[in-house]
Design a protein around this ligand. Sequence first.
Ligand code: IPE
Ligand code: IPE
Ligand code: MG
Length: 256
Amino acid sequence: MQHISSTLDVPDTSYVPRHVAIIMDGNGRWATQRHLPRVAGHTRGLDAVRAVVEASAARGVQFLTLFAFSSENWRRPADEVSFLMRLFMMALRREVVKMHANNIRLRVVGDLARFSPRIQQLIRDAEARTAGNTGLTVTIAANYGGRWDLLQAMRKMLARSPMLDPASIDESVLAPHLAMAYAPEPDLFIRTGGEQRISNFLLWQLAYSELYFTDVFWPDFDAAELDKAFASYRQRERRFGRTSAQLVAPGLSGTA
Ligand code: IPE
Ligand code: IPE
Ligand code: MG
């Protein structure tokens, strides 16, 4: 797997980030501010997803990962959860057709066993249909949790080699079992809605991502807001433990 040690090479931030991961937060508050039911915010949130997928593809992003439903979101009122499930189902039916036409590959990561058989089937169909596409890879994190991901990766690792010597377990042994092993780690993490936390998103993979927080509620996040996040990213200096001077004269020392 070529992507495992993505903290070894320092990507040039003057380029568009290769992998953007977003916590799409603030749908409920967007709606409440307008005296609408919370779920109206989720519907508008789907419009924002469409806009950001399009803009990401147009700007040359290779991987876009969207946190749609966390392993903790089942704690919400039953009617909001069932609305989100219906919206997810509708999106899988309608949006996938458009994505496929735009050469987008769709992946869904998370503990999918908890979804209805119908949703699980739609996910399998959508992934199969778009598997050969070579453009942007859009990953939807659904019933996803970073801790779940680490635990399922450990279980898979041990199931494959039950006699594994603990001393031999390094990053390259565990990482291939993570749900998103097909993607490099996110260069840029975005959270909308004003909260500044990770909320159990990609815990392993965000180790060295650049973090960007905005007060903009997700339904209002669009191509212009994405460009602001990219502009902020371009100002960053990614060092992965090195000093600034080493980045100017690479290869002098400390390549490990
Ligand atoms: C994010 O918006 C969408 C999901 C978690 C599904 P929220 O629904 O969390 O919106 P706020 O944070 O309550 O405003
Ligand atoms: C995080 O949003 C999960 C998603 C965006 C799907 P939440 O709004 O559920 O996060 P917390 O619980 O407030 O941190
Ligand atoms: Mg929220």
